[in-house]
Design a protein around this ligand. Structure first.
Ligand code: TYD
Ligand code: MG
Length: 451
C-alpha cells in the first residue's frame, strides 16, 4: 500500500496547503497550519472511470408540491427556531458555551421525538451512567430513546441504520473520529470528515441529524467555517452570564427564517420554555423613571419588547465617556451627534452610558428613537410616561425613517398594555390597535417636542 500523503491544514479556516508555512496563505492567521494525513481510500484513488450521462433532472413545480413533513421536537420554542419542526434528512448544528444546556436540550428533544420513531442519542462526552442520571433529574428516566456511548462515526451510522433511526443526535461533533482519517478527534480534518459522513448518512437515509458543537473563545463553533456550510441549519445557544434564561438563535436555516429565536429558562427539571419573552426583558418600574424607554425589536418572526436605558452624567475628565452595552458603540456616538446637531441636546461634557436591559442585543436601527429619547430624558431628568413605546430609525439629517413590521410591533406593544406609541409617520397604521394612541413623527425635533 502506498504511504498516505501529508497535507497541512489551517485550524482556523480549513484551507490546506502541500507544505508547512508560518502564515496561512488563505486567511492570514499565524501558526495555524498542522500536518494531517491526506484523505485515503476510494476518494483519493487514481483517475475515475467516465460516468454515465444522466438526463433525469426534475422540474421545480414537481418538487414544490412535495411539502416538507416536519417532526415536532415536543418544544414549541425549538420547533419555531427550526422553522416549524425537524425536517427529515436535514442536518442541524447546535453550538454554545459549555454548561449552557446543549445536552439537556438534546436529551429532552430525544425523549419527545422518540414517540414518533426510533431516536438514537450518541454521546462521546459522557458515560451512559451520566446521561441516565441527567435523564432521571429531567424526569425522563423511563424514556425509550436509545443511548450509545461511542466516538466512531462509522459505528454510530451503523447502529443508526440497524435501528432504523428517524432522528440521530451526536453529542458532540468534536469528540467524533472517522477511521478514514489519521489525525486526532477535534482536528479540522476529522471534524470535516465526520460531518461529511453524517451529512451523507442524513441525505441517504432521510434521518434527521442533530450535531452538538463546541464554541471557541470568540463564540464561534470550533473548527473551520466549513462546518457551518456543510449543514442545513446552524443554531446558537446563548445566555447572559449568571442568568437562567437561554436564547436559542438560528443563524442559518435552509428550512425557515434565520435569526429566529426561542427562549428557555434553566430550571431544576431542565429547560422550560418561555412563551412570553417580552415579559422577562422589561423591568416594569412602578413609577416612571428618567432615562428609560421601551422599544419593540424584531427577532426573526417575533416582536420583542425591550427596555433601553441611558444615563448621562457630568464628566470629570476631558474626554467624556461613551459606554454602550447591548448597543453598537459607534451607533450610539452617531445618534448622540445627530441629537446634538438637530435637536440641540447638549451632551458635550457628559459621560453617556447606554444599556439594554436583560442582556439582549439591540442590533436593529429601529431602536434609534428610543435611545435618543432615553438620553434626553436622563439629561433633563424628566421621566417619560410608563405607557409609552417608541421605535424608528434616525437619519443623519435628523429625519425619522420608517422600519419594517410597524404594525406587528404596535400589536405586540398593545398586547402588553402600552397605551401610547411614538413611531415614524409612515409606520402609522390606518387603524391603530385597540386602546392605543399612535403618534407619527418625521423629524427628531418633532419627536422630542412631543413631550
Ligand atoms: P448541559 O446540558 O450539560 O450543558 P452542555 O451540554 O451545553 O455543556 O447543562 C449543564 C448545566 O445545566 C449544569 O450547569 C447544570 C444545569 N442543569 C440544571 O440547572 N437543571 C437541570 O435539570 C439540568 C439537567 C442541568
Ligand atoms: Mg454537553
Amino acid at each position: 500500500m502506498a504511504k498516505s500523503k501529508e497535507v497541512f491544514v489551517c485550524q482556523n479556516c480549513g484551507a490546506s496547503s502541500p507544505k508547512w508555512q508560518g502564515q496561512c496563505p488563505t486567511c492570514g492567521e499565524w501558526n495555524t497550519l498542522v500536518a494531517e494525513a491526506a484523505p485515503s481510500g476510494a476518494r483519493a484513488a487514481g483517475p475515475k472511470a467516465p460516468r454515465a450521462v444522466r438526463a433525469d433532472a426534475t422540474s421545480l413545480a414537481a418538487e414544490a408540491v412535495l411539502d416538507q413533513p416536519r417532526l415536532s421536537t415536543g418544544s414549541a420554542e425549538l420547533d419555531r427556531v427550526l422553522g416549524g419542526g425537524l425536517v427529515f434528512g436535514s442536518v442541524t448544528l447546535i453550538g454554545g458555551d459549555p454548561g449552557i444546556g446543549k445536552s439537556t436540550l438534546m436529551l429532552q428533544a430525544a425523549a419527545a421525538l422518540n414517540a414518533l420513531g426510533p431516536v438514537l442519542y450518541a454521546t462521546g462526552e459522557e458515560s451512559l451512567k451520566q446521561v441516565a442520571l441527567r435523564a432521571r433529574r429531567l424526569g425522563l428516566a423511563d424514556a425509550t430513546a436509545r443511548l450509545l456511548a461511542e466516538t466512531g462515526v462509522e459505528e454510530i451510522v451503523g447502529v443508526a441504520t440497524a435501528l432504523g433511526a428517524r432522528v440521530l443526535i451526536v453529542d458532540s461533533i468534536q469528540t467524533m473520529h472517522s477511521e478514514r482519517i489519521e489525525s486526532a478527534p477535534g482536528a479540522v480534518a476529522q471534524l470535516r470528515e465526520c460531518t461529511a459522513e453524517l451529512v451523507r448518512f442524513a441525505k441517504a437515509s432521510g434521518t434527521a441529524v442533530l450535531l452538538v458543537g463546541h464554541v471557541t473563545k470568540e463564540g464561534q463553533i470550533a473548527g473551520p467555517r466549513v462546518l457551518e456550510h456543510m449543514v442545513d441549519t446552524v443554531l446558537y445557544f446563548e445566555s447572559d452570564t449568571g442568568s437562567r434564561f437561554r436564547v436559542l438563535r438560528s443563524v442559518k436555516n435552509r428550512f425557515g427564517a434565520a435569526n429566529e429565536i426561542g427562549v428557555f429558562a434553566m430550571a431544576e427539571q431542565g429547560l422550560r420554555e418561555v412563551t412570553n419573552p417580552s415579559a422577562i426583558f422589561l423591568s416594569r418600574h412602578a413609577e416612571p423613571v428618567s432615562g428609560s424607554v421601551i422599544t419593540v425589536m424584531r427577532e426573526g418572526t417575533r416582536s420583542l419588547l425591550i427596555e433601553v436605558q441611558v444615563l448621562a452624567d457630568a464628566s470629570l475628565g476631558n474626554n467624556p465617556r461613551r459606554v454602550a452595552v447591548g448597543i453598537d458603540g459607534n451607533r450610539l456616538t452617531m445618534l448622540l451627534a445627530v441629537a446634538h446637531r438637530h435637536a440641540g441636546l447638549l451632551l458635550g461634557g457628559q459621560d453617556v452610558f447606554a444599556n439594554v436591559v436583560g442582556g439582549v442585543r439591540l442590533a436593529e436601527t429601529a431602536g434609534d428613537l428610543a435611545i435618543v429619547l432615553a438620553a434626553r430624558s436622563s439629561l433633563q431628568d424628566i421621566p417619560l410616561p410608563n405607557s409609552l413605546v417608541a421605535f424608528g430609525e434616525l437619519g443623519l439629517a435628523g429625519e425619522i425613517r420608517p422600519v419594517p413590521f410597524g404594525e406587528e410591533r404596535l400589536r405586540e406593544a398593545a398586547k402588553h398594555g402600552f397605551k401610547l406609541a411614538l413611531v415614524p409617520e409612515a409606520n402609522v397604521p390606518k387603524r391603530p390597535p385597540e386602546g392605543m394612541t399612535v403618534r407619527g413623527v418625521t423629524r427628531l425635533s418633532q419627536a422630542l417636542d412631543a413631550f
